[in-house]
Design a protein around this ligand. Sequence first.
Ligand code: F6P
Length: 344
Amino acid sequence: MTTVGVLTGGGDCPGLNAVIRAVVRTGAKHGFDTIGIRDGWLGLVAGNVEPLTDYSVTGILPKGGTILGTSRTNPFKNEADVQRLSDNIRKFGIDAIVAIGGEDTLGVANKLSKMGIPVVGVPKTIDNDVAATDYTFGFDTAVSIVTEAIDRLHTTAESHHRIMVVEVMGRHAGWIATVAGIAGGADEILIPEIPFDLDEVTRHLKARYERGKQFSIVVVAEGAQPKGMKEAIAQSARTDEFGHVTLGGVGNYLRDELEKRLDTEVRVTVLGHVQRGGSPTAHDRVLATRFGVAAADLIKEKEFGKMVALQGNDIVAVPLEEAVANLKTVDMDLYGIASIFYGG
Ligand code: F6P
């Protein structure tokens, strides 16, 4: 009997439960037992696991979050933790691990794979910045939430003749800002990939007023920063175990700067974790399910050290190494489409 351990690491994301369900159900068809590892890599270090049965995954498909819990634990920060993790893999008789996560969780998976531990990765993040896959699940849900928020902000912005700044997630990549911004008809989209020029933003917004449009919507990714600023604006300097600070504040920065430059009221909405919570869209449920099925199939074929990925309409397997080599930043052709509408 093959025993598969499954874990979810990093920030949660709609669709995690759909993957877990698919791994358990497909695994059962292949004759596997599945163990749920609690709270990402922390569960393997601490030996916190539980059996996952068909019954435990009943009804979880549409549920947001993760029934397994998550954490940003990095076992490689400490050699003793790597030893504990290896000991627990043996202790619980785990033959293969399905690691569902973004750059950090998959980075750990890749290191463990290089140590000879059988691992398969599943790409997750609302940020959509994992390389080698066209999309991660969770992204579509976040985009839907942000688009709805922009639509709502539009009507109130128009009524009050205000500039509305919407701060959205996106640490290293501005996928959410770009796609939701296009979908919501944003008048300016600021992303981490392109440091912004406040004078240029001001010019675009002024051009709208000159055309008689007395309101504007500016979408800014939390990781965006003005030209010349060395680091993104953070809520605090405290870092997680992978060295990331908690971002936040660029929306307020923009409000202050734009109010200085334009004689108009500017308001800020920070969407924050609302973007990560709640039920996944149908698209994300299907993608997550396809990923989970493919991950269990890879284990059956003993294809370890790989990550399932979406390329075109196909689910494929790519080396974990390739997936974690760099981040997938925004397609500049797509961003170019967004910028056609600035100043209009
Ligand atoms: O999962 C990615 C992400 O949502 C980033 O966009 C964001 O910077 C980060 O997670 C926030 O993480 P936390 O919930 O730990 O503050």
